[in-house]
Design a protein around this ligand. Structure first.
Ligand code: GAR
Length: 300
């Protein structure tokens, strides 16, 4: 049973102990506080008392477990756990991937494996957006900087497990139950499995730090791309934003922008220039792509 809980919650043995202690102590404190509060209220009837007790417990419990989770170092776990419960209680009307429509906010998931500078720009761009919100940060690496960026922005984070991603359900049910409408890859280094692409047709886009179709494909990411561009003596590089299909760096191009490759460029200096282009264009192109799809759906 404990093994199953560890897998379900994606925690190690120590974390599971801390989580269970938080549940136990938080639950007990909720019970004590609930009785104290009810003792202050003039409720005599046993049925009325029981109903009120359940209401008070339900209201206090999330607060109690959040407070108790802090000394156990499990605040992020409980914040995500509670937000999942609230989402289930208030499911998004788009949770079964209905047509993109302007009537309710569109939820974006950002998938990233690295530092997350693009993710940061996307989060900032949509922070107060009227119809698009970044609802989830997903990574395949426990120590990816992008997870910290998500936590700082109080956006739920999600860690992928290889077996489930490539040989299981590719997390499609989880993403749907979280109401995710659209997926943006921002330096995500795992190949996207067919199951996920089929579940989100034309709703997954990627950014590549070169002018595709050149310098793409397996192993072509980050500095390896810039090294290859410089080694080939290119005078120009750039970025490509494209739909994701079942081949690496292959789906239809949405947008490209170029920059020069200077004679004394190193992979790092070129990467910096490319990052500048990415930050300038990616959030806006995501917004335009989503809104264009909404308009198309309205007209079809
Ligand atoms: C970006 O330059 C992105 O284009 C690249 O990874 C970097 C992530 O940077 N993606 C690929 O190479 C995909 N083939 P970031 O973590 O700072 O956003």
């Amino acid at each position: 049973m404990f093994d199953k809980l560890q897998q379900k919650w994606k925690v190690n043995g120590w974390q599971l102990t801390a989580v269970l202690c938080t549940f136990a102590i938080g639950g007990s404190l909720t019970g004590i506080a609930g009785r104290r509060i009810l003792a202050l209220l003039p409720v005599e009837h046993p049925v009325g008392w029981t109903i009120l007790y359940i209401i008070v417990m339900t209201l206090i419990w999330p607060f109690m477990v959040l407070v108790v989770s802090i000394p156990f170092g499990q605040f992020p776990f409980f914040r995500n756990y509670l937000s999942r419960i609230f989402r289930k209680m208030n499911p998004s009307p788009l949770s079964h991937l209905s047509p993109l429509s302007p009537s309710s906010p569109l939820s974006l998931a950002i998938f990233a494996s690295g530092a997350g500078s693009n993710a940061q720009k996307i989060i900032e761009h949509f922070r107060n957006h009227p119809s698009i919100r970044v609802a989830l940060i997903v990574s395949n690496k426990t120590d990816a900087g992008v997870l910290d960026k998500g936590r700082e922005a109080i956006i739920p984070t999600f860690l992928l497990e290889k077996e489930q991603f490539f040989r299981g359900d590719a997390y499609v049910p989880d993403l749907r139950s979280m109401g995710i409408d659209f997926i943006v890859l921002a330096g995500f280094l795992w190949k996207v499995p067919a199951a996920l692409i089929q579940a989100y047709p034309s709703r997954i886009i990627n950014i590549h730090p070169a002018l595709l179709p050149n310098y793409g494909g397996k192993g072509m990411y980050g500095k390896f791309v810039h090294e290859a561009v410089i080694a080939a003596g290119e005078k120009e590089s750039g970025i490509t934003i494209h739909y994701v299909d079942e081949q690496y760096d292959h789906g239809g191009t949405i947008f490209q922008a170029t920059c020069p490759v200077l004679p004394n460029d190193t992979p790092d200096s070129l990467a910096e220039r490319i990052h500048g282009l990415e930050h300038q264009h990616y959030p806006r192109v995501i917004e335009e792509t989503l809104l264009t799809q909404v308009v198309k759906n309205q007209n079809s």
